[in-house]
Design a protein. Structure first.
Length: 336
């Protein structure tokens, strides 16, 4: 097969065309997003297909969809465009100790748990750093990480079904816990409570992802607490109000309520059995050092986690282990 010489022939506008077509699924919508006429976009697509040597998009009644070769080009386009955006940010930061930006992928539990405290620290220390957050499920965020659309992912570390080459760095444990208001009668003894004592109180449970929901059900099963119809809500504000205003208990990853735990308005109920381990931390690309803005964020995240750990609200792994690739979750040595 003759060489394509993509490094010499591909142009950035053509890569933007591939990205826009896959994102919008329509010639008309992609042309509008790029500020082109549809005939000009069609000519660019034809030029790109000629360079690559294969059809990249199939037409269907509702628009276009990428072929297998098309997805190869789309992934290439997104990696290149993301690296250019990152280089643009780094050039903006040259000569400025406070500039730059960082794109962070975050899982839902971390988004309401450890992330706010870390970002508050970042804003205090580096007010000019811009942060772009992308919340989603692990599989969605890993695709963005592979395309360099986010620089790192923060949250629960699930073992991948197959090795994926990413580095996973365990920073903290976020066990499923039972939470109650600070002056709840169940906490009066200060020792692990009995299953019977837990069963006497109503539960208000979060509506969360399937994985977290299964882990909540697992702990409830271990405790013998399987209420027929617990109150459920996707609103953490509602759950918080129910906990503070009544004798209800909630079951969730404890750091979903990190702010209230740090302020002392909520407390963790000591359980009669240990909760299953739930390592959380960072997912990183294997071949890229963090940008200055990302390094500043990571320092703030580590400091926030150290405060949480010092208050007895989370366990942190030992600091003498190394980052693990793909399906292991060891601690990455902290840069000095």
């Amino acid at each position: 097969m003759p060489r394509r010489y993509l490094d010499q022939r591909l142009k950035l506008p053509l890569l933007r065309v591939a990205d826009a077509l896959e994102a919008h699924g329509s010639l008309l919508k992609a042309a509008s997003a790029l500020g082109l006429g549809q005939p000009a976009l069609t000519r660019s697509l034809q030029e790109l297909e000629e360079i690559v040597g294969t059809r990249l998009f199939d037409r269907h009644p509702r628009g276009v969809r990428p072929t297998e070769g098309g997805m190869v080009v789309v992934r290439l386009a997104r990696r290149v465009l993301a690296e250019l955006r990152r280089a643009d940010d780094e050039l903006d930061a040259v000569g400025s100790a406070e500039g730059g930006s960082v794109a962070i992928g975050v899982l839902p539990v971390a988004a309401v748990g450890v992330l706010p405290g870390a970002l508050i620290r970042l804003k205090q220390r580096h007010p000019a750093i811009q942060v772009r957050l992308q919340q989603g499920r692990t599989e969605e965020l890993l695709a963005l990480l592979a395309a360099r659309e986010v620089e790192l992912v923060v949250g629960r570390l699930y073992a991948p079904p197959v090795p994926d080459g990413f580095l996973r760095e365990a920073l903290w444990e976020e066990p499923i816990s039972i939470l109650a208001r600070a002056d709840h009668p169940i906490l009066a003894g200060g020792s692990p409570v009995t299953k019977d004592a837990l069963a006497r109180h109503d539960l208000v449970l979060p509506t969360v992802t399937q994985r977290v929901g299964q882990e909540i059900e697992q702990l409830l099963s271990l405790l013998g607490l399987l209420p027929a119809a617990p109150l459920r809500s996707s609103s953490y504000g509602f759950i918080r109000e129910m906990l503070l205003a009544s004798d209800s208990l909630s079951v969730m990853p404890r750091l979903m309520m990190a702010g209230d735990l740090l302020r002392g308005t909520l407390r963790v109920v000591p359980l009669p059995i240990p909760a299953p381990a739930r390592p959380a931390g960072l997912i990183l690309p294997p071949d890229a050092a963090p940008s200055p803005a990302a390094a500043a964020f990571l320092a703030c995240l580590r400091d926030h986690l150290a405060e949480i750990s010092a208050r007895g609200l989370a366990d942190m792994p030992n600091s003498d282990t190394k980052p693990a690739r793909s399906d292991k979750t060891r601690q990455r040595a902290r840069p000095r």
